[in-house]
Write a protein of this length. Structure first.
Length: 245
């Protein structure tokens, strides 16, 4: 518990850490307030939401030294929007696209980003082309939904969007940060149709899921080896920095 409190102090300051620590001890969900941020964090009971909060803010897994000021950020696999909020707070001049396929999670995204106008939320899956997807493990943990292609008439279908389509829709020439945590769909994303956007991505922060879908790391490394990226790691994430732009 002492370790958790120290992390809260580092993330939010002493006064907020004391309040957060007491609240989490009593009830680790609901609306958690920290004055450092514009709005409360909305966490659902009996879900993985607090674990995600811990990853993003207490373990600070996206605190990465970046040698430039990011202006364009994609949060692919936004879950409940906490990483997007973190990026928005750290890089207030950045435009952020948060993408999440679960309609239930997406409702939480909208709550968590309500006070952050620079974040645009899209209820969609990330894929290598613009098709339709359906969640195939609907009873799974809220931060580990997997998707597969389906037909548009499937009542559970959600649209899929490619990284290229996002860039073209937003009028972006480059992606400064592409954070990707998409529960195995990285296999398809890096299998094909990456030639437009990958060389224009300055930093890729990605969690791989070979345990959920065989071949995800093979797909990623085969694609990224064609370009000039340096490599690092932080927490569960692989970090690739484009050395040619």
């Amino acid at each position: 518990m002492a370790s958790r409190f120290k992390k809260m102090v580092k993330a939010f300051g002493l006064a907020d850490a004391i309040k957060l620590y007491i609240q989490v001890k009593i009830k680790p969900h609901g609306s958690i307030t920290a004055h450092k941020y514009k709005a409360p964090f909305h966490l659902r009971p009996n879900t993985s939401d607090y674990y995600t909060f811990d990853q993003v803010f207490l373990r600070d897994q996206y605190h990465i030294n970046i040698p430039f000021s990011p202006k364009t950020i994609i949060d692919a696999g936004a879950n409940i929007g906490l990483a997007a909020v973190y990026f928005s707070h750290r890089y207030p001049n950045a435009s952020i696209i948060a993408i999440e396929p679960s309609k239930e999670n997406f409702e939480q995204v909208k709550k968590n980003i309500e006070q952050y106008p620079q974040i645009k939320a899209i209820c969609s899956g990330v894929w290598n082309r613009d098709v339709h997807l359906a969640i195939i493990n609907t009873e799974g943990v809220k931060n580990a939904f997997m998707v597969a292609e389906t037909t548009p008439d499937n009542p559970n279908a959600v649209p899929a969007i490619s990284i290229e389509t996002i860039m073209r829709n937003e009028g972006w020439y480059t992606i400064d940060i592409l954070k990707m945590d998409i529960e195995g769909s990285e296999k398809e994303v890096f299998e094909s149709s990456y030639e437009y956007w990958l060389p224009k991505t300055r930093m890729l922060i990605i969690e791989l899921h070979d345990n959920m879908k065989n071949g995800t790391s093979k797909s990623l490394f085969a694609a990224i080896s064609k370009y000039d990226f340096s490599f690092d790691m932080r927490d569960e994430n692989l970090i690739f920095t484009n050395t040619s732009i």
